[in-house]
Ligand binder design. Sequence first.
Ligand code: DAH
Length: 347
Amino acid sequence: MKQQLETIRQEALAALSGAADQQELENLRVKYLGKKGELTAVLKQMGKLSAEERPIMGQVANAVRAEIEETLEKAKTALAAKAMEERLKAEAIDVTIPGEEVALGHQHPMNMVLQEIKDMFVGMGYQVVDGPEVELASYNFTRLNIEDGHPSRDRSDTFYFTDDDSVLLRTQTSPMQIRYMENHKPPLCMLAPGRVFRKDEADATHSPMFHQIEGLVVDENITMGDLKGALTTVMRKIYGEDSVMRFRPHHFPFTEPSCEMDMQCHKCHGTGEVDGQVCSTCHGEGWIELLGAGMVHPYVLENCGIDPEKYSGFAFGMGLERMAMGRLRINDLRLIFDNDVRFLSQF
Ligand code: DAH
């Protein structure tokens, strides 16, 4: 019997040391220590032994069991540690590998220019306001001194909602002058950027929807000098300190006198020609129109309950797309609206 126990011990220890995983260990445990295991089978034969032999064999059997159990535990721990190490290796994250790049968008170029322009006017004390795109004809035209029958009120130019032509998509941001003066008394300084709509076919310089930025300043003793000073300052900041500007007489019903502001063409420097060819940027004009402006018409002030004897003001309206095209050297208006990423990502 002692021989049997020794054989079991040797076999068990050898098998345990060669076990590859936890499952195999468990099988070995059942094989040697289980109720129907080899060791138990030998122990069952103890009854056949003499009274002297029994306790001695008992001791040997217990020692063998203890040794197998201990070796089993050690093998379990060793295998678990090995498995953990392998898992750590397999799941290791190399934190030095560069991450996957996430493509980030950015502001639309037109909004970049708008932000620049807003910043400048805010710095000069202007309040930036927003207004409705669906507008009343009285704000868009009548109270701006644009009377019934004026060509700009024509149905071929303006999107109307109603048969009596009283509700429309605003054709300019100038109605914001009226809305602002209804609610604010001078001194006032306002900037109103926003969408405007006209029945125009889309081409390189036209779109049925575009953006304007309206400005209005009303106080005592405001003169054309203030208008020229404010607008020249801003345009020089946008287009460069050395850019050349001119103010040219014009007509708008809601300003008197009225003017347009031009910038000398940066490409042909006012000559209208580049290498003997007509300049493509200004179409040979030598000048690029920037905006319309003027001294607020006394009727318009009166329409808003402001005394034109005491107060005067200036107003201006510029096309945002035109400003962005000049600022960023974009040559086709449609690019601004197409939202082609190949174009947008250049800015
Ligand atoms: N609203 C005019 C337009 O769309 C532009 C304009 C001209 C605005 C003169 C003004 C102004 O405020 O004083 O053509």
